[in-house]
Ligand binder design. Structure first.
Ligand SMILES: CSC[C@H]1O[C@H](OP(=O)(O)O)[C@H](O)[C@@H]1O
Length: 317
């Protein structure tokens, strides 16, 4: 499988926009056929990314809207299509607004957590910027905010083997925006934390369970273990569209495994012995106990606070 579109939030937005592009030119004479097309295509899109929850939540919200419009006799088929397309358009603006709020909350949390007035040195993993969201970024949005506020001394980004999202994408965004950045290999995190003061780790998420357990790019869990050993605060930046309140913990999150070729080849050059067996889980689950805070557009929650949110708070805009 080649990742034409990657990044949990971006996949949800692009998936829904692709549906809008298909529906827009069609003329629907009745609402039932429109509702059936919407539901069938959204459910197919959800199957493309089992670990992340963003596409599932977006599909559920849009199917709920489609059913409401379909049942409303005052709404014509043309009106239903128009209002449905507008709802998808709104996802883009909302993601950018949510990411900027995450940036503000996350930057404040990192600065409040012991950095005082000094500049901060943060570590991030994978790519959580404009190539994984609608544009501003989740964890990279926090880093962008720290940089804009002139509070960022250094950002360390990991290569993120085997697909190298960090080396190829995050490093590109950091260099492009002239941020003080250093690329490290995934296996250098412990040595970095042993030799330099890291103010905080900030990563993204594919799916946050109700208790705060977080599925994210493979390697996130071991960074959390090392951060815990070195008493470095560990933050997950995730909009509420990445939080799955229907699952109590991370045990039930499906971990997608990707083709071994991601590990055995680089730029089509074989770098691993032919015939070696490979295990290539694309994600892992970081237990809530290793997470200092979940940075959302509504604020920063400790895993305990997240668990305590009542349903109305979780779902209100
Ligand atoms: C916005 S969180 C980062 C996002 O990107 C990574 O996935 P992938 O590059 O494999 O699509 C990570 O797991 C998150 O989904």
């Amino acid at each position: 499988m080649i990742l034409k579109v990657r990044g949990a939030p971006a996949i949800a937005i692009v998936g829904c926009l692709s549906l809008a592009v298909e529906i827009q030119p069609e003329v629907f004479t009745d609402k039932k056929s429109l509702r059936q097309e919407i539901e069938g295509k959204l459910n197919y899109l959800v199957s493309a990314r089992p670990t992340a929850v963003n596409m599932k939540i977006a599909a559920e919200d849009l199917i709920t809207l489609s059913n409401q419009l379909s049942k409303d006799d005052s709404v014509s088929a043309a009106d239903m299509k128009e209002r449905f397309l507008k709802a998808i358009d709104a996802m883009l603006e909302k993601d950018i607004a949510d990411n900027k709020a995450i940036g503000r909350h996350g930057a404040q949390a990192i600065l409040n957590n012991g950095a005082g007035d000094s500049l901060v040195r943060v570590l991030t993993h994978c790519n959580t910027g404009s190539l994984a969201t609608a544009g501003y970024g989740t964890a990279l949005g926090v880093i962008r905010t720290l940089h804009a506020d002139k509070k960022l001394e250094q950002v360390y980004c990991t290569e993120t083997r085997p697909y190298n999202q960090g080396a190829r994408l995050t490093a590109y965004e950091l260099v492009h925006e002239k941020m003080p950045a250093t690329l490290i290999c995934d296996d250098m995190v412990a040595a970095l934390m042993k030799s330099r003061t890291i103010s905080a780790v900030i990563v993204g998420a594919d799916r946050v369970a109700a208790n705060g357990d977080t599925a994210n790019k493979i390697g996130t869990y071991q960074i959390a273990v090392v951060a815990n050993y070195h008493s470095v605060p560990f933050y997950v930046a995730a909009p509420f569209t990445s939080i799955d309140f229907t699952i109590p913990n991370g045990d039930r999150i499906i971990i997608e495994e990707r083709p071994e070729r991601e590990m055995t080849h680089i730029n089509d050059q074989r770098v691993a012995a032919a015939g070696i067996q490979c295990w290539n889980p694309a994600f892992d689950v970081t237990p809530a106990a290793l997470i200092t805070g979940i940075v959302t557009e509504k604020g920063v929650y400790s895993p305990e606070e997240l668990k305590g949110l009542n349903v109305s708070e979780k779902l209100q805009d």
